[in-house]
Design a binder for this molecule. Structure first.
Ligand code: 4NP
Length: 151
């Protein structure tokens, strides 16, 4: 059965596109049949490619995210996807408010899947400039999520 996973952040040009790329590569490597996408809570960057420093940092670790394009999350996503992962608490609160009561999706913070990091949030590299920190946390979260999906 195909598992459908959606990563969500504020702009869909830094954290969630990197998470989409990391998940796609790791799921493929592990032979998991999955569909992955990413989206923004905001609408400022609809149609834009990822922020160039995100593309560069991801490429350095072997993740090609250059052809992804930003879009805003919509209510229908909660029925299309099995798992919706928020990067921070603000994303989570916005998603929670948008999510229909009877939605199929399981909405969680990505960092719930990486308890060993002692972090509950992926700090926004658009503001911190720290794309390596964001990628470290995203890789840890995606590894934990994949382990859970393969149980
Ligand atoms: P992201 O970072 O949520 O990780 O994609 C951001 C990128 C752009 C903006 C905010 C956050 N912005 O306000 O333009």
């Amino acid at each position: 059965m195909v598992t459908r996973v959606l990563f969500v952040c504020l702009g869909n040009i830094c954290r969630s596109p990197m998470a989409e790329g990391v998940f796609r590569a790791m799921a493929e490597r592990e032979g998991l049949e999955a569909e992955v996408d990413s989206a923004a809570t905001g609408d400022w960057h609809t149609g834009d490619p990822p922020y160039p420093p995100a593309i560069t940092a991801a490429a350095a670790r072997g993740y090609d995210i250059a052809n992804q394009r930003a879009r805003q999350v919509r209510r229908g996503d909660f029925d299309r996807f099995d798992h919706v992962l928020a990067m921070d608490g603000s994303n989570y609160d916005k998603l929670s408010a948008l999510c229909p009561m009877d939605a199929k999706a399981d909405l969680r913070m990505l960092m719930e899947y990486a308890p060993e990091t002692d972090r509950d949030t992926v700090p926004d590299p658009y503001y911190t400039g720290d794309f390596e920190e964001a990628l470290d946390l995203i890789e840890a979260g995606v590894e934990g999520l994949l382990a859970e999906l393969q149980r």
